[in-house]
Design a protein around this ligand. Structure first.
Ligand SMILES: CC(C)(COP(=O)(O)OP(=O)(O)OC[C@H]1O[C@@H](n2cnc3c(N)ncnc32)[C@H](O)[C@@H]1OP(=O)(O)O)[C@@H](O)C(=O)NCCC(=O)NCCS
Length: 431
């Protein structure tokens, strides 16, 4: 397994009685794949070389306990769209945490706590301000200072769904060409460039590297289950890719009736018209009676439905979890929607470098955080701050719930105004 020169691994093992954490050795990949299979109850249908290609490339840390390999965590190189302060997003590098698993014989003994206790400082030392992940369970990561930065609807669009978009958007959608093709690694360079452009449409998207996208677009027959190979619906306008959706259809037969479902694990669009063009194709594919596509609650596809469509959504789920690993750096990377001058007390039991009292200022859309000896005007936990970072939640709501405490009237409203985004964060891909 590769741990590149700049990989955020700790030089010296971090020892906590009785768990030890160290960087994985290159020859350990096969045994860590075995551990991952055991943790996730994998069917082991996938060929060995395919599984070995799924070992994260940025970093892998291994925990040992009582002389046994007890757990593992890794990270991919990703980019995350953070608000630019002007209603769109800018991409910043982040660690995309993955492969978190503890051997069933060693759970609930502090193994994950030790792994994260090494991984977060390593991310920070490597110069990354943010760590992100998709959680298997919503109860795991809050204690480590991660916050739910986006929530999405599990939306299911029936075949033939009508989207009541205004004529100018429909016209642009009609001028957008969509082509359905079989996924393949040859598409990766063009789609990756398009993904990076489209991910600035709203905050919250996670963009994989071109190498990771290449792997995702490469067919693995054993991965398919009862679904077809990955297809890609590509939207172009004037020869430029303005969006794409990775699609997998499953066609089933009940009696003599054929029904089909299309899953859309990756979708990105540069504007509302591209989104409409993709949605209109996907909901009109022959044999497809429903298209499952997870969307923010204010997605144009939702707002183009009459009223709030009860039939559309199958519940709300957490999408991206965000950790502010280096607070001053994160503030400098995120745009602001209003000028600001507020003194904030931040609690961070895991990364003490973030904790304490800060003077948070913003001018002309750019924020700055400096240590302050002044009286704090509001107090907030680092995980709650992460949960408002992408615009998925307001500090005001957290204050009503008593999670943010205001010591000077207006402080919460001022910080909310600076962090305000016009739209909710996007759905993020799994990684
Ligand atoms: C989830 C998992 C990584 C936790 O590892 P672990 O070593 O048992 O965690 P720790 O012992 O460090 O637990 C730390 C705390 O988190 C809690 N916790 C752990 N897993 C939890 C879960 N699934 N839900 C709620 N709380 C959880 C523990 O109770 C403990 O709380 P405490 O400090 O109040 O006692 C492990 O159970 C596992 O590998 N599960 C299957 C794979 C998985 O879900 N991985 C996460 C991928 S996103």
């Amino acid at each position: 397994m590769s741990t590149p020169d700049d990989a955020p691994v700790t030089d010296a093992p971090v020892t906590g009685d009785p768990v030890t954490v160290r960087p994985a050795r290159p020859d350990e990949a096969p045994s860590l794949v075995d551990l991952d299979d055991l943790v996730w109850a994998e069917s082991e249908r996938l060929p060995r070389e395919v599984r070995l290609r799924s070992v994260p490339t940025r970093t892998v840390l291994v925990a040992t306990r009582e002389g046994e390999t007890a757990g593992v965590t890794g990270a991919w190189d990703v980019e995350v769209g953070v608000p630019d302060g002007r209603g769109r997003a800018r991409l910043v590098p982040a660690d995309g945490v993955t492969w978190v698993g503890v051997h069933p014989d060693h759970t609930r003994r502090g193994v994950l706590t030790a792994l994260i206790g090494s991984q977060l400082p390593a991310t920070r030392e490597a110069g990354r301000a943010l760590s992100v992940l998709k959680a298997s369970d919503s109860g795991i990561y809050g204690r480590f200072g991660y916050g739910t930065a986006s929530t999405v609807l599990r939306a299911s669009f029936a075949g033939g769904t009508t989207f009541a978009a205004p004529p100018e958007i429909q016209e642009l959608a009609d001028a957008t060409r969509t082509r359905l093709q079989t996924a393949g690694p040859d598409l990766a360079p063009r789609l990756h460039a398009a993904w990076r452009r489209a991910a600035t449409d709203r905050a919250g998207e996670v963009v994989r590297t071109e190498a990771d996208l290449t792997r995702n677009l490469t067919d693995v027959p054993e991965h398919r289950g009862d679904r077809e190979p990955n297809r890609v619906l590509v939207a172009t306008r004037d020869d430029e890719v303005v969006g794409f959706a990775v699609v997998r259809r499953t066609v089933t037969e009940e009696g003599s009736v054929l029904g089909g479902r299309a899953d859309v694990p990756i979708v990105t669009t540069a504007d509302a018209a591209a989104r409409l063009a993709l949605a209109q194709r996907l909901t009109r594919l022959d044999l497809v009676t429903r298209t499952d596509w997870w969307v923010p609650a204010d997605d144009p596809l939702v707002l183009w439905q009459p009223g709030w469509p009860r039939s559309l959504a199958d519940g709300v789920v957490d999408s991206l979890w965000l950790r502010l690993v280096d607070l001053p750096a994160a503030v400098a990377l995120r745009g602001t929607a209003a000028d600001l001058d507020v003194v904030v007390e931040v609690a961070d039991p895991v990364l003490p470098e973030n904790a304490g009292t800060w003077r948070w200022t913003a001018r002309s859309g750019e924020g700055r955080l400096e240590r302050s000896g002044e009286q704090a005007q509001l107090s907030v936990d680092v995980g709650d701050l992460a949960s408002v970072w992408l615009g998925g939640r307001s500090l005001g709501a957290l204050a009503v719930a008593g999670r943010v405490r205001e010591h000077a009237p207006g402080a919460v409203a001022r910080l909310d105004a600076a962090l305000r985004t016009p739209v909710l964060p996007a759905q993020s891909v799994d990684f």
